[in-house]
Write a protein that binds this ligand. Structure first.
Ligand SMILES: [Zn+2]
Length: 296
């Protein structure tokens, strides 16, 4: 009988069986993978992608300056998830593309301590809105005016001291408009084009002042209800293609409602755009004798 040396004994009785065992494990896993259908494999994939998107979402909130780039990445990731789920969902997406709707959300009475939060929220969803600002509030909140001006959103005039335009003289109307435009020009080097009359009150005189007068067709009455869910429900129930919605940025529940309204409207296939962008998209030709209430 051959006598093995110590080295040979180790190879034959220890290393060889370990290698054989590992080979069997690898082969059995491979056979299991081949025999399993791809459904489970896809589920694993989706989980991995979901984890990625939540981390991207966190980054959006933390880093607003890069929000557009990150948001695009986030949307691409989201599409990948849906594509992986079922074919039916893919068909729904294609069908919805043709049904795109546009809505303008407008915020009166700012600038306020909520302006920056609201504008960043809109940016993070690649959306825009119109902020109708009061001239005498712009003076002490120049940074907020600039933040809106430098975003996708726009600033409109809401008079200098929030007076009812139908109850003051023409001279006073001119002052309310000019004083607001001059403070805005001082801040942005640009001029205001849209005017939202306080209380929605206007007369013939006001229509001939070289401003596009914009009111609304959906009134949330957020200043009265001051309730997140009521504001949210009102917007979602009354949303329509070409609608102009009235809200006020100075009320905190309105800002809270916006955090729900934007994703919900997006889910309903709405693009949220400023009044000027809505005019462009709808090819709206403005008649200076008319007030814009909506662009349905
Ligand atoms: Zn107002």
């Amino acid at each position: 009988m051959a006598v093995f040396k110590k080295k040979e004994k180790i190879i034959i009785f220890i290393i060889f069986p370990i290698l054989l065992y590992l080979l069997i494990v690898v082969l059995s896993n491979f056979i299991f993978f081949l025999s399993n259908d791809n459904t489970n494999y896809n589920k694993v994939n989706i989980n991995v992608i979901n984890n990625d998107t939540s981390s991207i979402e966190d980054t959006i909130i933390d880093n607003n300056s890069n929000s557009n780039v990150i948001e695009n990445t986030f949307n691409n990731e989201e599409n990948t998830i849906i594509d992986n789920k079922t074919n039916i969902k893919e068909e729904e997406i294609v069908k919805d593309e043709g049904n795109k709707k546009y809505i303008s959300l407008t915020f009166d009475d700012g600038p306020s301590s909520n302006t920056i939060e609201l504008v960043n929220l809109l940016e993070s969803y690649n959306s825009s809105a119109t902020f109708f600002m009061v001239g005498n509030r712009m003076k002490s909140r120049k940074e907020m005016v600039k933040a809106v001006y430098n975003s996708n959103s726009e600033v409109g005039s809401h008079s200098y001291s929030h007076k009812n335009m139908t109850k003051i003289s023409e001279k006073e109307i001119n002052y309310e408009l000019n004083a607001t435009n001059s403070i805005y020009h001082e801040i942005t080097n640009d001029y205001l084009k849209l005017f939202r009359p306080p209380y929605g009150s206007y007369n013939e005189q006001l229509l001939h002042k070289d401003y596009i007068v914009v009111t609304w067709n959906v009134d949330t009455e957020d200043w009265k209800v001051k309730d997140r869910d009521k504001v949210y429900n009102h917007v979602i129930k009354n949303a329509c293609d070409g609608c102009i919605v009235l809200m006020h940025e100075i009320h905190k529940p309105t800002i809270e409602a916006m955090k729900l309204i934007i994703p919900k409207l997006k889910e309903m296939n709405y693009e949220i755009v400023s009044v000027s962008k809505l005019m462009e998209i709808k090819n709206y030709t403005h008649n200076s004798n008319k007030v814009i209430r909506h662009m349905k």
